[in-house]
Design a protein around this ligand. Structure first.
Ligand code: PEP
Ligand code: MN
Length: 349
């Protein structure tokens, strides 16, 4: 059997149009690409228009395209990830979740418990974190636990309670999807943002089906995933036509055992450079202990993170999961004050 690569849909070339190029010129380039049996995908950005060329590399020479009116330059994409790269789209992407915007200068603070545990717990926490400045509510209803004997989440009841918390506070909700079977429930409760967790970063079927819902996705880095693997996982989502992806650096595994994970600020800084997607940090799952959460949050925002997702609990000592790393309202308030101070110093608020 011969391998047939007709189905391959990678962008191998990007046609960058001149700033002054008209829409007709861009359409002419698209037409030329199609006439050669390839597919063109235009990105009309604020700074420039770029057209990705998709299909068999040998069908069209870059030299021919470069002669067309309005073409500034042709970039040959050498990296395995394409649509997530700044080569493809130089300006920062803004991802909207309700009225919240990721990718602007103002970082987004997402706060809430690791898991939804009861009506009283989630409503108390939602109101508490809102009052202290959080813009979104987190909380797992389906928990991917390391041990089968640990609390697995309230399942559908958890989603229902999150929707109730949203109704009472106006905070958009983000919650983790662990199985394609649950997608109809995520639709039913109109979950604002779907979290794909570290353990599922390379569960490609789940990623693709989540992307197809069209809902914004919070993609967490796998605990042993390289930057390239992380960006390729995001590429799957963009390939499904869903551009609303927010990345999340949540710490990686290293030889160091004294904290839960290592918050990889190197990668965060690098990703800001090579990708246009917003990226936030999760200091809670990186630290694994509440006393290190604020310094890691400060470090991540100073590095350029577009936000923070942080675990907060009204009674951390009674939490059914991740109590050890959860902030109390008081320590969350303190962290928010520190973040505000830092932003004034940086002049970016
Ligand atoms: C979580 O956010 O509660 C979680 C399970 O995170 P991660 O997938 O990063 O471990
Ligand atoms: Mn957790």
């Amino acid at each position: 059997m011969q391998f047939n690569n007709n189905h391959i849909t990678t962008v191998h070339m990007i046609v960058v149009m001149q700033k002054s190029a008209t829409k007709e010129m861009a359409n002419h380039v698209l037409q030329t690409i199609e006439n050669h049996g390839l597919r063109g995908e235009a990105m009309f950005g604020d700074q420039r228009t770029a057209i990705g060329v998709i299909g068999d590399k040998n069908k069209l020479d870059e030299g021919n395209l470069s002669r067309l009116p309005g073409v500034k330059e042709i970039l040959l994409v050498s990296k395995p990830y394409k649509k997530v790269s700044r080569e493809y789209k130089p300006e920062n992407s803004i991802v909207k979740v309700g009225n919240v915007e990721f990718g602007n200068k103002k970082p987004v603070i997402i706060a809430g418990p690791c898991g939804v545990e009861s009506e009283e717990q989630i409503i108390t926490i939602a109101k508490g974190v809102k009052q202290l400045g959080a813009e979104m509510l987190r909380g797992g209803a389906f928990k991917p636990r390391t041990s089968p004997y640990s609390f697995q989440g309230m399942q559908e009841d958890g989603l229902k309670l999150l929707a109730q918390a949203r109704k009472e506070t106006g905070l958009p909700i983000v919650t983790e999807l662990i199985s394609i079977e649950h997608i109809p429930l995520f639709e039913k409760y109109d979950i604002d943002m779907i979290q794909l967790g570290a353990r599922n970063m390379q569960n490609f079927d789940l990623i693709k089906k989540a992307a197809k819902t069209g809902r914004p996705i919070l993609l967490k880095r796998g605990m042993s995933a390289t930057v390239e693997e992380f960006l390729l996982a995001a590429e799957y989502i963009l390939n499904e036509g869903n551009k609303n992806v927010v990345l999340c650096e949540r710490g990686i595994r290293t030889f160091e055992q004294s904290t839960r994970n290592l918050l990889d600020l190197n990668s965060l800084a690098l990703i800001k450079e090579i990708s246009h997607l917003p990226i936030i940090a999760d200091p809670s799952h990186a630290a694994g202990r509440y006393d290190l959460v604020a310094p890691l949050a400060l470090g991540a925002l100073a590095t350029g993170a577009n936000g923070i997702i942080v675990e907060v609990h009204n009674k951390p000592d009674e939490a059914l999961s991740d109590g050890k790393q959860s902030l109390t309202f008081d320590s969350f308030r303190e962290m928010m004050e520190q973040l505000r101070t830092m932003h004034i110093l940086n002049g970016n608020n």
